[in-house]
Design a protein around this ligand. Sequence first.
Ligand code: USQ
Length: 397
Amino acid sequence: MKMNALILGGDGYLGWPTAMHLSMKGHQVTVVDNYMRRNACTELDVGMLYPLPTLIERAKIWHEKTGLEIKVVIGDLTEPELMRSLFNGTLEYQWAIDQSYSGCPDTVFHYAEQPSAPYSLLNYKYANKTLSNNLLVTNNLMFALKDYSPETHVVHIGTMGEYGTPDIDIEEGWLDIEHKGRRDKFLFPRQASSLYHTTKIMDTDLMWFCVRMWGLRITDLMQGPVYGFETEESKVDDRLKTLFNYDEIFGTVINRFVVQAVSGYPLTVYGKGGQTRGYLNIKDTLQCVEKAAQCPAKAGELRIFNQIMETFSVNELAELTRKTGRNLGYEVEIQQLENPRKEAEEHYYNPTYQGLQEIGVEPHYLTEEVMASMFDCVSRYKDNIRHDVIFKGIKWG
Ligand code: USQ
């Protein structure tokens, strides 16, 4: 069934690849973004691996190469009227072949959030930006749905970091509890280790309230750190590759390690390196959101999946990077830095993550071959790599 898909945060690391992926599958796609991420990268001078065309330029390139249309709206979704215009048809597209309103979306992919834990703890101003952006966008979305389109299914990107690292197995979102002889089901206990992750907990609570009050249908995907940047659709034209950060603020650990290895910077293992997380290839993010959209949550359901494919400790990732690099002729060193974050460095970690595979997701795993292809891609941009942005030691405390 063809979707009318609205992607909030369509310029981001995951939003743009999702837009191309759904467009290629024949779905109608509209993207909205205010360039928050790009502007933050410019403001904080973090650098990117390669320059990026604007969202409008990317939509034009996509159209030239495939004949397909991704409609573009540039604007700030913390403005309630902009959010509402997407559902009541009063919006203006900044770029579209056909300027007529696509109609009320049947699926919203909600990525429009400040995604970095270090950014959220730079100082109180960035903390405020993270809180206000993430919560206002979600709240504006909830009210727009209630008022115009309660049947629309929302696929929201949450984070595994909502759960923290408890000393018990992590379930998929919910936990059955027996207390003094009675049983009930609750959201799995959550305890984030950054302010950014805390906004995601607040998102979940907000969405759960709106599901209970207004019968909305929402899938919340608890995603782990994502790696990679090439997808099937980015092969259409090199300029369509997603943005790629390797700096301390916006880069995620696997992407950072590959860049560090290619450029001769010792791998930055924080603390003891026993921190274990669930990881996934960017190609699997696309599969997960698509499969979740194809079998939507029911009205009045907050459905939660843990969106990871395998777990690694930081030390295991560093070792894999060193091994892959050495086999490709790079001299890769590992350094243990004093951990700038407040997090457990040795801990129990046993999350459940069957749900997405049960609805048809087929995992790509992080093998040496997969990592070697990342080395290959990153090495093409070796001259752009800036060592000064790799580690500044943004502290939690
Ligand atoms: N780490 C290092 N060295 C580095 C960078 C990171 O040892 O150079 C460690 C961190 O201390 C942490 C782990 O690697 O223990 C993962 O760090 P990360 O920066 O890759 O990921 P994180 O800050 O947790 O956030 C990322 C995304 C975020 C997403 C989250 C999923 O930026 O949007 O929600 O991954 S999760 O980690 O499961 O919460």
